[in-house]
Write a protein that binds this ligand. Structure first.
Ligand SMILES: O=C[C@H](O)[C@H](O)[C@H](O)COP(=O)(O)O
Length: 220
């Protein structure tokens, strides 16, 4: 049984899915509730672009067609969870390691609805360690660069992303300017992307509470 806040947010997102929609679908436990609820709702969608192999498998298990982003072009709607959201709806994502594909699909979508439970809302991003996807041969180099930037990178042991890369979880970044930090980390050679979704923040946040209430939040 999913956390009640996650469940409430995921169910609320169903209201934004139109018949025959072509959806982008994120990754994680909140999105899993959404996928299962979508299938159970009987809503008919044209297909979905998946942000991870796990999501693709779950969609297919419900008989939802999984499509290639190269074929679909721009998507109307992307639905995904997050690890943290600030009032501008800038996010930290990647706790499940799917950040790169998630950022691609979010950027290729007209609207990004983010579904979270109340615990994910923060004033300033960064309590959650910032994940960075890195090419394996660049691991030590990127880690040293992150230390030079004032944070503490930790290698996510025994984890490989769907793209065959490694994750550095970075503790202690002072994220007062998320757009600048996102760009600075992405400029390090060997970084595929980092988990800050600041240049492409969410457009709408659905926040689920334990009692089943859902807040609909627009960027401040
Ligand atoms: O890589 C994983 C994703 O960014 C998830 O959206 C994020 O970690 C939130 O996951 P959950 O819904 O399981 O809390």
């Amino acid at each position: 049984m999913a956390h009640p806040g996650k469940q409430a947010a995921a169910l609320a997102a169903l209201e934004y899915v139109e018949n025959d929609a072509l959806l982008g679908v994120g990754t994680g436990s909140t999105v899993n509730v959404f996928i299962d609820a979508l299938a159970a709702s009987g809503r008919r969608i044209s297909g979905a672009v998946a942000s991870s192999e796990a999501t693709a498998e779950r969609l297919k298990s419900h008989g939802i067609e999984v499509l290639d982003l190269n074929i679909t072009g721009q998507l109307e709607l992307y639905i995904d969870g997050a690890d943290e959201s600030n009032p501008a709806l800038q996010l930290i994502k990647g706790g499940g390691g799917a950040l790169t594909r998630e950022k691609i699909i979010a950027s290729a979508s007209r609207q990004f609805i983010c579904i979270v439970d109340q615990s994910k809302r923060v004033d300033i991003l960064g309590e959650f360690p910032l994940p960075i996807e890195v090419l394996p041969m660049a691991r030590s180099f990127v880690a040293r660069e992150i230390v030079r930037m004032g944070a503490d990178p930790e290698f996510r042991e025994a984890a490989r992303t769907d793209n065959g890369n490694i994750i550095l979880d970075c503790y202690g970044f002072s994220i007062t300017d998320p757009i600048a930090l996102e760009a600075a980390i992405n400029a390090i050679p060997g970084v595929l992307t980092n988990g800050l979704f600041a240049a492409r923040a969410a457009d709408l946040l659905l926040v689920g509470h334990d009692d089943g209430q859902v807040d609909t939040v627009k960027p401040a």
